[in-house]
Design a protein. Structure first.
Length: 400
């Protein structure tokens, strides 16, 4: 290159070499993107930047917002649910709203049908049984004549004896007489009560008389209930019936006993036609004829009867007594006996042809698991069945 020129450079050669060096230096700065020199402020703009020259790696975190970026910003994934914030304070009470429209009328309800009200009257006994009886009779008569006589009434008798006057024979319906202790109502000679609907609870009815009305001492034309009560003679009485009539008898945990002394009579504790189901439960019913005649406990003259866990007995002891029967069942009557004692016997050994029958039957008898003493008297039309019954010696009865 230098041949034929000698060892000296010309001015033109020197300027050409400098220009080449400067050109290569600028190209190297542009190609490397960096320079150890200082770039003047505001000297680099959009024109000087190549495409994709600015990437996320060289952008300061959180320095750009959506308005700094042209085009669509991609939505990020939903973050986790934050904790519940604290409840805000209760707001002020709003104004009262306008009244609503009136509702439609409802349908009429059914009338109440609860039990009727019961009025209670306390009757106090004194040391004078006659005075006590007059007080009781006056209260009963006032109940019968009051304007509210249809209201059920309960008389609470304090302990003592009430010897009632002969004038008191008819009792108002719906009457309950209850003893608060040992309360006894004593009847005069030949006295009776006519009963429509009566309950005796913890009361002793005592009659001490030689005359018993033919119709009975307690003459029922309706309903009689005995609860833990007794009906009995204070001493030997004329033959007759204690409880007689028709309707419904409901005897529970009570004692009904008749003891007759009149000759050639019939002494019955109960002689009754049951027009409604009648029952003797947990009670003793007995009739005892001490002279000649008939002694019987229950004379079922009609209707349906249930005797359970009770003692029903008929006794005779007269020299020429006719018959002892525990239960007499007339045609049309049905008597069911369960777990009871049915006893007919002679208290002595009267002469003659006295008959003894636990059941003197012309009606229907169903007896089960009961003690039967005295055998049977079967009459025309009788239908008697015994199951698991036994006699007074605990011997099993194969059949009645």
């Amino acid at each position: 290159m230098w041949a034929g020129r000698g060892d000296r450079l010309s001015v033109a050669n020197t300027l050409s070499v400098g220009a080449i060096v400067l050109a290569l230096g600028g190209a190297a700065l542009a190609a490397g993107g960096r320079s150890t020199g200082t770039v003047a402020k505001n000297s680099v703009g959009t024109v000087q930047l190549r495409d994709d020259a600015v990437t996320g790696a060289i952008v300061k975190n959180y320095s750009l917002t959506a308005k700094d970026i042209h085009g669509r910003v991609r939505k990020g994934r939903r973050g986790p649910k934050g904790k519940h914030g604290l409840a805000g304070a209760t707001g002020a009470l709003g104004p009262v709203g306008p009244a609503g429209l009136a509702g439609h009328d409802g349908t009429s309800g059914a009338d109440a049908t609860g039990p009727p009200a019961v009025r209670t009257i306390v009757v106090n006994a004194s040391s004078d049984e006659t005075a006590s009886g007059n007080t009781l009779a006056a209260v009963i008569q006032s109940v019968a004549t009051s304007t509210s006589s249809a209201t059920p009434t309960k008389l609470m008798l304090t302990p003592g004896t009430y010897f009632i006057p002969a004038s008191l024979t008819v009792l108002p319906a719906g009457l309950e007489i209850t003893g608060t202790g040992d309360a006894t109502i004593k009847f005069p000679a030949g006295h009776h009560w006519s009963i429509q609907d009566l309950t005796l609870d913890r009361i002793t009815v005592l009659f001490n008389t030689t005359t018993i009305p033919v119709e009975g001492v307690l003459q029922v034309d309706g309903t009689l209930r005995l609860r833990d009560s007794a009906v009995e003679p204070g001493a030997g009485s004329a033959s007759g019936v204690l409880i007689a009539g028709q309707g419904t008898l409901d005897i529970v945990d009570s004692f009904v006993s008749n003891y007759g002394l009149a000759a050639d009579g019939t002494t019955s504790a109960i002689a009754f036609t049951a027009t409604g189901p009648s029952s003797i439960l947990g009670s003793t019913v007995q009739g005892d004829q001490a002279t000649n005649g008939i002694g019987e406990g229950l004379a079922a003259l009609g209707g349906v009867w249930h005797v359970a866990n009770s003692i029903v007995a008929g006794f005779v002891s007269g020299a020429t007594a006719t018959r002892a029967a525990a239960i007499r069942i007339e045609s049309g009557a049905t008597v069911r006996v369960d777990h009871s004692q049915v006893i007919a016997t002679k208290r002595s050994q009267p002469a003659g042809s006295t008959s003894v029958a636990a059941f003197d039957a012309a009606g229907t008898v169903r007896a089960g698991a009961s003690m039967i003493q005295g055998g049977l008297r079967i009459r025309v039309g009788a239908d008697v069945t015994c199951i698991d019954d036994y006699d007074e010696n605990d011997a099993v009865l194969g059949a009645c």
